[in-house]
Design a protein around this ligand. Structure first.
Ligand SMILES: NC(=O)c1ccc[n+]([C@@H]2O[C@H](COP(=O)([O-])OP(=O)(O)OC[C@H]3O[C@@H](n4cnc5c(N)ncnc54)[C@H](OP(=O)(O)O)[C@@H]3O)[C@@H](O)[C@H]2O)c1
Length: 378
């Protein structure tokens, strides 16, 4: 074949690609309209009968040279992408299509799908897969987030690198154990002394911490952090992220803890005041923040501090997110305080992770909605 004929054929292909591109985008626009109509009507995005009908119609009208299974392969991808576009149409819509988006990634996995996950033990209860898969689905990203219940942490990290995992959340009991096992720890995670987010790159695994971002966003709903005084009850991992967040945003902290050694050590590290828990009635501030597990499901009647102290605070926040409204927050509301649930901290640490991994703005409202709904059902 002469070079001239090859060029002519390539020009033909280019013209056809141009036309295909136009047609595919036209099809996508119609898909988007269908998605919006489905949202209005409260219908599921996925409609297997309709998809079957599309394949049947194509098989009947295919004149070749492409074989039926090749047409099915091509249109399988087009239909999967249409479904994703329709899920994206529910962005900002009611909660039902959010659930559809959560289920969608399993139907569209390919060799190019980006892998994310959470490592912890146990992880069965984690809301992170629901939250991140919903966000991937809504933004139409070819990505999936899986829960990994890990026994062997170094082995898990080697395996994740080998499997080309892009990013991971780290939860109990690995947030501190992981520090000596990764290639880089950023300043924030170093200062907090814990990693909750991993980014896998060419230079190895980088660890960061987004819990403090979640904490600050949660508190700023109540009052500006800068210039206000926060009484932080507890001195564990969550407290470290909360104290780091408040002090780095210009707030003052008083650490109050059951055991003196741990509490004083945290207070000294961040240059804060310290008091023992029984002395809580003698200290004061603008906002009280519970970072202990007291009041968490299933012991939901428990309170970390006596209810009599609550009325002296303008606001009260809890890091516990199950239940969404702890006994502490119920009593604080009754005492006239503004309140914020750990549910907001949880969602916002995830929002920050999502942006770190994808470089995209996370669909915050939908992530909140889907986690909130699931928490109300548990
Ligand atoms: N919303 C979110 O995104 C988020 C993120 C992280 C954690 N959390 C939640 O935060 C809570 C704490 O987690 P953590 O990792 O910080 O735990 P941790 O490291 O074990 O620390 C727990 C702290 O609570 C204190 N404490 C425990 N039981 C107590 C009791 N009965 N009375 C008084 N103080 C008590 C401990 O005091 P001592 O020092 O005296 O032992 C310790 O300072 C958990 O409920 C967890 O689910 C939420």
């Amino acid at each position: 074949m002469s070079k001239g004929s090859l060029n002519r054929l390539r020009q033909d292909i280019e013209a056809l690609d141009h036309e295909l591109l136009r047609l595919l985008n036209e099809r996508a626009s119609v898909s988007l309209q269908i998605g919006r109509l489905k949202v209005q009507e409260g219908l599921d995005i996925r409609d297997p009968w309709r998809e079957q009908a599309v394949f049947k119609y194509l098989a009947q009208h295919n004149k070749g040279p492409l074989k039926a299974r090749e047409i099915e392969e091509i249109f399988g991808k087009i239909v999967a992408i249409s479904r994703r576009i329709q899920s994206a149409a529910s962005f900002g819509g009611p909660a039902r299509p959010v659930e559809s988006a959560d289920a969608d990634p399993c139907c569209t996995l390919t060799g190019e799908t980006a892998l994310y996950g959470i490592i912890g033990n146990p992880v069965a209860h984690s809301m992170s897969p629901l939250m991140h898969n919903t966000a991937f689905g809504l933004l139409g990203l070819d990505a999936i987030y899986l829960p990994f219940e890990v026994e062997d942490l170094p082995g898990a990290l080697t395996g994740m690198k080998a499997l080309n995992v892009k990013g991971a959340s780290v939860t109990h009991p690995f947030k501190t154990q992981i520090l000596g096992l990764i290639d880089e720890i950023d300043d924030t995670a170093e200062k907090i002394g814990a990693v909750n987010t991993l980014v896998f790159g060419k230079d190895g695994i980088r660890g960061t911490n987004t819990d403090w971002v979640g904490a600050v966003r949660c508190l700023e709903v109540l009052l500006p952090v800068e210039g206000h005084t926060f009484v932080v009850v507890g001195a564990g991992g969550a407290a470290r992220a909360v104290v780091f967040g408040i002090t780095s945003k210009g707030g003052n902290v008083m650490v109050v803890n059951r055991s003196e050694e741990k509490g004083r050590s945290l207070a000294d590290e961040f240059d804060c005041a310290f008091a023992l828990l029984p002395e809580i009635g003698a200290v004061g501030g603008d906002c009280l923040v519970n970072t202990t597990p007291v009041g968490m499901y299933p012991k939901t009647d428990a309170m970390p501090v006596p209810k009599g102290v609550l009325s002296s605070y303008k606001a009260v926040a809890d890091v516990i997110y199950n239940p969404v409204e702890t006994m502490l927050l119920k009593e604080a509301k009754a005492a006239g305080c503004k309140v914020a649930s750990g549910f907001h901290m949880f969602v916002h640490q995830g929002v920050e992770q999502f942006s770190t991994w994808t470089g995209r703005k996370a669909p915050v409202r939908e992530m909140e909605a889907v986690v909130y709904e699931r928490l109300l059902r548990t």
